[in-house]
Design a protein around this ligand. Sequence first.
Ligand code: PHE
Length: 445
Amino acid sequence: MKKNQFNTKFGVVAATVGSAVGLGNIWRFPYEAGAHGGGAFLIVYLLFVLILGIPVICAEFLIGHSSGADVYTAFTKLNGGRLWRLVGRMGLAAALLILGFYSVVAGWTVEYIYQSVISFGGATTADELHAQFGAFSSDAVKPLWWILAFLAANYVILIRGVGKGIERMSNILMPLLFVILLVFVINSLMLPKAAEGLEFLFKPDFSAITPSVVLGALGQAFFSLSLGLGCLITYASYFRADTPLVKTATISALLDMLVAIMAGVIIFPAVFTYGQEPSAGPQLVFEVLPSIFLNMPGGIVWATLFFILLFVASLTSTLSMFEILIAYMERSLSMSRLKAVSLTLMVVIVLSTLCSLSFGKLDGIRVFGLNLFSLSDYLSSNILLPVGGILISIFAGWIVERHTVRLELLGSAPSTLLRISVRIIIFNLRYLAPIGIGLIFIFGL
Ligand code: PHE
């Protein structure tokens, strides 16, 4: 077994889905949808996943797979001029920014594993759960311990390398997450105000769609698919020669979408049933889920299991973000893996500490009215990832040799369906993605 290669086809999909499925689907999607009109946001988001997401995933895959390189050198290896290294640099910066705020939320999941075990300390009403979350997240010390615990778990897996560490964990835990989500979906569908919740999620109110909501939905699509920062370039460089890129891209995107919808179906019926606010913001999921669990038979057990799996889903996502930085340091800076992992981890500890404190002591530091946590999120999701997406599409559509693109996407014995899909994908990469994302970007800002 080679250390730096995914070993099975299932492992490739599981690791890619592992990167995609995470807090983005279960924590970020419901609160973004909740704050931006529910159904309208959902539709725009779904369209972006299908029309722009899948082609850009294919672009990242083919760049990583054919160059076999990290984000920094992949572009120059495929005949890009030195300027293309900027895209690599941007990806590295985005990875650090995301890791900073993402680790904070992942730390919250650890706290909520503990809270589940102690039955949320006796809190039952929406107000009590709200107060409880507020007190915890603004505390100067407690969240930091959980961030450290979460990052320590990353460390242990990362030093073992891709195949053994990341792939093995994804193989077991991602399928388990699906099963447990399904249980919660069924439970939520039986809640008294399920219909109201589903209506909020699925019935689009098109008057809610403004350019900034569209940009938000685009950012959500990219964030959720781990797209635009070279994460999938890095992963694809570990794929085996015969990995089917278009199929893997499509399956991963659809599964990722499915998990986001399932999360919505779990959260919104509960929001209405237990009198909570859909637009509560980043704390939404952490305040709504306990209400669900407290009213379920065997709730404590389910709650514990759920937060453990959410923790794991976050882990498989942060591992992929770390891998962007580590692959770069290992390959382009010739550092040892151990040194690369340790160094990156230290930077992330500092960034996530700042993000965590921005809910309490550092709340006063604001840029454009956003605290450090929300600023990192906005900058990465709504700016760096879409810009990265434009550049990656242009690169795959116009700079990489046509022959290479077709070879990578078509494989050795393409079916007719695959040939047609690849045509559409190439068209989207050359025209639709750069122009479309560009326009959304300009109007959205
Ligand atoms: N897609 C991950 C999620 O939904 C987050 C992520 C973003 C992972 C960017 C890697 C790169 O949680």
